[in-house]
Design a protein around this ligand. Structure first.
Ligand SMILES: Nc1nc2c(ncn2[C@@H]2O[C@H](COP(=O)(O)OP(=O)(O)OP(=O)(O)O)[C@@H](O)[C@H]2O)c(=O)[nH]1
Ligand SMILES: [Mg+2]
Length: 192
């Protein structure tokens, strides 16, 4: 593996991490679900005309893969913490489990929160997570927040670009410093 910039993607099992990464890399939505243990991909990104090599590391969300996952954490310059917009439990785990784990093992980490599967989210479903709830969590935690869909490709490049810029210190980590980037637009009131 080269010395590029490391983006490690974490979150509960089946929230959509692998589909997000593969759609980002290839533009193709994976046809079937396969559990991830650990997988890495290299992409070249252009930021301010500079070519940046980005190593994206996929991880498995299940507890049984935590050993492999913890080794991958050492490769991170920034984390994407993913949850499913269709499953409130996975949203609660963002800070209650994932951020705790990252801080315990890596200290003061840079991260971006990503709500996956926005194509299926319903405004009147109490199990689904609404945009304002994601924004509020990002405001509390002082990070950027994106809602993405691997099916429609909505916001995927934007989320990865932002993570890379945060890792390179080209942009603040989020809300506390800058007003925050929520779902691809700058706003502090939840509207887009
Ligand atoms: N509607 C919708 N479904 C999605 C989306 N992304 C993923 N899925 C579905 O969600 C399931 C899990 O997707 P994965 O990307 O494999 O989930 P994962 O988070 O990588 O899961 P683990 O590897 O087990 O940790 C699959 O059946 C996907 O087809 C999306 O953007 N929209
Ligand atoms: Mg996976």
């Amino acid at each position: 593996m080269s010395n590029g910039l490391g983006v490690v993607v974490v979150g509960d099992s089946k929230v959509g991490k692998t589909c997000l990464i593969q759609t980002y890399g290839t533009g193709q939505y994976p046809e079937k679900y396969e559990i991830t243990v650990g997988q890495s991909y290299t992409h070249d990104l252009r930021i301010n005309r500079e070519k940046i090599e980005v190593n994206v590391h996929d991880t498995g969300g299940s507890r049984e893969h935590s050993g492999v996952r913890h080794m991958i954490y050492n490769k991170a310059d920034v984390f994407l913490i993913c949850f499913s917009l269709l499953d409130r439990k996975t949203f609660q785990h963002v800070d209650q489990f994932w951020l705790n784990e990252l801080r315990r093992l890596r200290g003061d980490v840079a991260f971006v929160i990503v709500g996956c599967k926005s194509d299926m989210r319903q405004g009147n479903n109490p199990y689904h997570v609404q945009k304002i709830e994601g924004i509020r969590l990002a405001q509390e935690l002082g990070c950027h927040y994106y809602e993405c869909s691997a099916i429609t490709q909505r916001n995927i490049k934007e989320a990865f670009d932002k993570a890379v810029k945060v890792a390179m210190d080209l942009e603040p980590r989020g809300m506390k410093e800058s007003g925050g980037c929520f779902d691809g637009c700058f706003s502090t009131n939840g509207k887009s």
